[in-house]
Design a protein around this ligand. Structure first.
Ligand SMILES: Nc1ncnc2c1ncn2[C@@H]1O[C@H](COP(=O)(O)OP(=O)(O)OP(=O)(O)O)[C@@H](O)[C@H]1O
Ligand SMILES: [Mg+2]
Length: 1055
């Protein structure tokens, strides 16, 4: 079993003991993360957090040691880590150099993160306040304090920039953001000045409201200014300057503008600008600043006329400063510088002579009468300076109001930045202010903290802290307080002076634990005090105040006649600054200290209603140098800011507290018993949870409604564990979500598929049904049509008839005869008989036409012969059909069968046909082989080379042939031709061909007789022979008993 231990070493680094495998364990959260295997990430976050020193002083081991405190500050300052926490208070050390920690990326890093999750930063405080405002709906304020040059103004600007960049924006919000940002350069030009401690020291107290709408977008702002250091207008200490705007105007103002204002570009020329003997400073670029300010004025909404009026006033202050007085003999003052008066009269729009008189006289009201009493040289100078201060001071207030008007937007959520400048008109005021802020701090932190422990029933040892109420009372208490006494001295008639004031203080406050004067002090203290000093023991230390000038500064009086002159001014700004009612108002104006007291009380009231965040600024050295860490100076500030006390309370108490429900809600996922929900009492749930997390008993306490955690590191560890757990949970959630989404997607797809299928099936079924319906229709129409088919065309049968026609025609297309010999033809329906016949004819004609077109001469000749044969024998002779398919040839003899002598004998006569034949004697019917040769004129019976008989076609009387299938034929010749021996009886195996050739050669187509029974032929000398034909089973040719030639021929075709 390994022991888990956490050790804090002086540097604040958390050293984690190695685990079994050499890896590190994290304290409390080890249990929660041990199974998750992501320790490395968590530890790197922890070590980064504690890299240099401790980033929260609460983690300092020796928290009571100021040395350790300052050492930690130094260590971090050296590494440019200027921010460190004391709990939720941010300590900031001015780096006096630009650090790369204010980029947009930095802002993003701090946006929406718990401020203890990231390294300390002004952005973390800003973001935390902003988020608290949004989530808890409570007004927030950020109090920035520190001495001059410690970086308060810079810090407030960083806060503003952070909001400008990170807050959501909508519509006109952009202009509000711009105006908020741009109000800074303007206020700084008029309210800041170079001092010995700070080149850009704010010489007024500033409190700024930013108003956010319900979406968290800044929609408005409001600025309250406190006690501008007006004396700076007329006088500056050595090495200091007047307010920036004077120098900026002179250095940067356009020629034209300066001419109008009657100004020269040499600041040395103006009395008010040279008191500190440094009108020009290398570290300040007045010319550039002028451009920035001029632009900012426009952005905020100043018209050109307003800017002109404003600059008229600024210029008149400079002219006023140059007004000089001479002294008459009687001591009365007179003005020696006329040009200045002329300029003043023009710029302020007042009567020059009235102004002249007002500057050298004082109006006295004695016994109800107004008297003008002349002033001496010194008094006139003071009156002039009082006027300058009043004009500048009131103009500054007007400027702030004007900026407020441009930022105005009334909503009810407030967010505050207070920037109480460390230096006011009176040192006394500063310290009073700090005292009040300290009181507020006590109110809001120490006291309320202890009260909370009590309310929650937490046992703890109360921390002794110094309640500075007694000091505040010393200053502000009615009648007895220093301010009351000062006012009384200022107001009472008679010879009141600073010294009578001191005496009065001694009389009233003598014996007060925090007040002492030279007279009242013991010997040791007295050595360190002047006679005109009084000493106050502030919470942060002792301070001596010299009473010289207290009454004057508190009175802050302006002679009545000077006020009257200003009231008469036509300058629009001055008419607002000097209200004419003021002249008739008999009441004395409030003194500066009372004004300050009242406004401070008002501010405290505002701040009390808000949840504060604190930024404590520390200045590292007086030389405005980067990298220099002046320990003495810093120790003083640590003390004066009460940081050690602050830390002590933090350490004594509990660093963090959370309401049970919030704590449980946030961390319940870290314990199996509380996850996903806890049903029992909240306190039991929290107890189970922290036990599971391994909190040690001294680390926490359970109150009535809250858990109190002593050290931030405990919470850090829990936060880290949560961070790790979040990843696991997120992965689970993602997996779950992905699963759900996929399932839903799958279900949807399945559903869609089913729908599509159903639809498609529906469509198919409907189609089929429609087809069936149509088919039934068709069938019905068919049947009806069939029944009425013989009727004339009528609605009942037209479909059927059309169909029959159509199908006949379609059938016809498919079954048209391919050749002329193909006589097939579909049987037409009755209605189409005529058309069918036409078509058939056309088809035949077409085929014939096509056939003829493709026929050659040889074939034509063949066909012509076949045609002749057809005309003669078709349907008349039995063997005709068999001959049709056999082609007729030009000779049936081979060349070797033809005797050459025969050809000689024929001479010029060309042989047209030759065929072997059998010749039967006319007597006895003896058969002999012969050849029948046809020429152009005659037919020859040939035996080898011998022409046995020549028959001229002219003597050919006719040709007889039987109707049977035999090849017998008789050539009848004229008997009067002596050369002839009578008719010739021949037999040819190609009888149809032979006879066709004969009739064509002899041109005797009509001379063929076809005899069914017998043929008679003539033998010369008038005798006749007969050939009888009978049908039998085979061919037989023989002489019959009756002397006839008997021919039996088989039947080839049945008729
Ligand atoms: N965070 C910072 N980063 C860099 N420089 C800084 C920072 N804060 C302050 N400075 C430097 O210190 C100077 C003085 O700071 P700043 O004007 O804010 O002081 P201040 O506290 O407002 O003093 P005062 O009370 O006189 O008005 C700045 O002009 C700037 O040069
Ligand atoms: Mg400042």
């Amino acid at each position: 079993m390994m022991e888990l231990k956490i050790q804090l070493i002086p540097t604040g680094e958390i050293i984690l003991p190695p685990g079994k495998n050499g890896e590190s364990y994290c304290h409390n959260c080890a249990k929660a993360v041990v199974n998750d295997g992501v320790r490395a990430m968590m530890e790197s976050a922890l070590t980064a957090r504690d890299r240099v020193g401790v980033q929260d002083f609460v983690l300092l081991e020796n928290h009571t040691s100021e040395v350790a405190f300052i050492e930690n500050l130094r260590k971090r300052f050296k590494e440019n880590l200027i921010y460190t926490y004391i709990g939720s208070v941010l300590v900031s050390v001015n780096p006096y150099k630009d650090l790369e920690i204010y980029t947009k990326q930095h802002m993003e890093r701090y946006r929406g993160v718990n401020f203890y999750e990231v390294s300390p930063h002004i952005y973390a405080i800003s973001d935390n306040a902003y988020r608290s405002m949004r989530t808890e709906r409570r007004d927030q304020c950020i109090l920035i304090s520190g001495e001059s040059g410690a970086g308060k103004t810079e810090a407030s600007k960083k806060v503003l920039q952070y909001y400008a960049v990170t807050c959501p924006a909508s519509g006109h919000v952009e202009t509000v953001k711009d105006r908020l940002l741009q109000s800074n350069p303007v206020l700084e030009a008029f309210g800041n000045a170079k001092t010995l401690r700070n080149d850009n020291s704010s010489r007024f107290g500033k409190y700024m409201d930013i108003q956010f709408d319900f979406k968290g977008a800044p929609v408005g702002g409001h600025i309250i200014n406190y006690l501008l250091e007006k004396s700076r207008v007329v006088h500056q200490s050595h090495g200091e300057r007047n307010f920036h705007i004077f120098y900026q105007l002179i250095e940067g103002g356009e020629e034209d503008l300066l001419r109008r204002l009657g100004l020269e570009r040499t600041p040395q020329q103006y009395q008010y600008l040279v008191k500190g003997q440094c009108p020009k400073v290398s570290s300040i670029n007045d010319r550039n600043e002028w451009k920035v300010v001029r632009k900012a004025l426009t952005v905020i909404g100043f018209s050109d006329d307003e800017v002109e009026e404003l600059l008229n006033i600024i210029a008149s202050v400079l002219h006023l400063g140059n007004v000089q007085f001479g002294g008459e003999d009687g001591g009365n003052a007179y003005i020696t510088t006329d040009t200045q008066i002329k300029y003043l009269a023009r710029l302020l729009n007042v009567d020059g002579s009235v102004l002249r008189e007002a500057l050298t006289h004082k109006k006295i009201i004695a016994k109800g009468e107004e008297l003008m009493s002349p002033l001496n040289q010194e008094q006139a100078g003071a009156a002039r300076d009082a006027l300058s201060k009043a004009v500048y001071g009131r103009t500054f207030t007007w400027l702030v109001n004007k900026i407020n008007a441009s930022l105005a937007f009334k909503v009810s959520l407030y967010y505050h930045i207070s920037n109480m400048a460390g230096s006011f008109e009176l040192q006394f005021c500063i310290n009073y202010c700090n005292e009040k802020l300290q009181q507020l701090f006590i109110e809001l932190t120490l006291k309320s903290e202890q009260e909370e422990y009590e309310a929650e029933g937490i046992t703890w040892e109360p921390v002794q802290y110094f309640n500075n109420k007694i000091i505040c009372d010393l200053v502000e208490e009615k009648f007895k307080g220093i301010i009351s006494i000062l006012d009384e001295e200022c107001l009472r008639p008679g010879d009141a002076s600073d010294l009578t004031f001191l005496e009065k203080l001694e009389k009233t406050l003598g014996g007060h634990a925090h007040f002492v004067t030279h007279k009242l002090a013991d010997g040791k203290t007295r050595k360190m005090m002047g006679r005109e000093d009084f000493r106050m023991i502030h919470y942060a230390g002792e301070v001596n105040y010299n009473v010289n000038g207290f009454l004057d500064k508190n009175n802050d009086l302006l002679f009545r006649n000077l006020k009257e002159v200003m009231c008469l001014s036509e300058n629009k700004i001055l008419t607002q600054c000097f209200d004419r009612e003021e002249l008739t108002d008999k009441k004395r104006p409030e003194t500066a200290a009372t004004q300050f007291k009242n406004s401070l009380a008002k501010l405290m009231e505002i701040l009390m209603s808000k949840e504060p965040s604190y930024v404590r600024c520390i200045k590292p050295n007086d030389a405005k140098q980067a990298g220099r860490f002046d320990e003495v100076l810093i120790r003083h500030q640590v003390k004066y800011l009460g940081l050690m006390e602050n830390l002590r309370v933090r350490r004594a108490g509990f660093a963090y507290r959370r309401r049970y429900e919030i704590f449980l809600q946030r961390y319940k996922s870290l314990c199996p018993d509380t996850w996903p929900s806890w049903d029992g009492r909240l306190v039991d749930g929290v107890s189970t949870l922290v036990k599971h997390l391994g909190y040690k008993p001294e680390e926490y306490k359970l109150g009535r409604s809250k858990i109190f955690i002593r050290f931030p590191k405990t919470l850090f560890a829990t936060e880290d564990a949560l961070e790790t757990r979040k990843h696991t949970l997120a992965t689970k959630l993602q997996a779950c979500w992905k699963g759900c989404r996929q399932k839903a997607k799958y279900r949807k797809m399945k559903h869609s598929a089913i729908l599509v299928q159903a639809w498609w099936r529906g469509i198919l079924a409907r189609r089929q049904a429609q087809r069936r319906r149509q088919s039934a229709d068709v069938i019905r129409r068919f049947i009806k049509g069939f029944i009425y088919r013989h009727q004339p065309r009528c609605p009942e049968n037209e479909y059927f008839l059309d169909y029959v026609r159509f199908s006949f025609l379609m059938n016809l297309i498919r079954n048209l005869p391919k050749t002329v010999l193909d006589k097939s033809w579909p049987t037409p329906p009755p209605a189409l008989v005529e058309a069918s016949e036409h078509l058939q004819r056309l088809c035949m004609q077409n085929m014939v036409w096509k056939y003829c077109k493709n026929i050659n001469s040889e074939w034509k000749h063949q066909l012509e012969q076949k045609m002749v044969a057809s005309e003669i024998f078709k349907d008349k002779k039995d063997n005709y059909p068999q001959s049709v398919s056999k082609l007729f040839v030009s000779t049936r003899l081979n060349w070797e069968d033809i005797n050459p002598k025969l050809l000689q004998s024929l001479g010029s006569e060309k042989m047209k046909y030759a065929v072997p034949v059998t010749k039967y004697d006319r007597k006895g019917y003896k058969s002999r082989s012969r050849q029948l040769v046809l020429t152009g004129d005659s037919a020859f019976i040939v035996e080898d080379a011998k022409l046995k008989q020549r028959i001229d076609y002219s003597s050919l009387k006719g040709i007889s042939v039987s109707s049977l299938s035999d090849g017998m034929f008789v050539l009848h010749v004229t008997s009067d031709d002596n050369k002839q021996k009578g008719d010739v009886v021949l037999q040819s195996d190609h009888v149809i061909e032979t006879l066709t050739k004969v009739v064509i050669c002899a041109d005797k187509i009509n001379s063929v007789n076809i005899n069914p029974g017998s043929i008679k032929f003539s033998i010369n000398n008038g005798k006749e022979g007969i050939i009888d034909f009978t049908a039998g089973s085979e061919l037989l040719i023989a002489k019959a008993k009756n002397g006839h030639l008997s021919v039996t021929a088989p039947r080839l075709n049945s008729r």
